[in-house]
Ligand binder design. Sequence first.
Ligand code: SF4
Length: 122
Amino acid sequence: MPDVKKFLCVSCPVGCSLSVTVEGTKVISVEGNTCPLGEKYAHSEVANPVRTFTSTVRVRGGSLPVCPVRSKTPLPLSRVFDVTREVAKLTAEPPIEVGSTLIENVCGTGVDIVASRSLPKR
Ligand code: SF4
């Protein structure tokens, strides 16, 4: 029995509202997209939704008490809570270089958590 799912396409700032008819994990039709990227986004949201993870980590002895971090590449949406818990355990030691890996292969996702900015020692 087909089901209609609603998504907001985040592939560009327009933010089209998508109505996606699915049967199980199979996309039957996509409506509401104004370009082909919306259809591609709908397929990926149904098959394997991913998100770029952003947060902050504590820093000991740095010029700031926290450092912003992000996932190097998008990671599975289903693992975001696990990753949030893992990142919350970390206390980073400066100096930190922008783009440096702070957690490798976080929660076995194959994705690294990297620094979003440089942070010198205090
Ligand atoms: S469907 Fe196309 S125009 Fe609409 S939000 Fe997605 S990328 Fe942008």
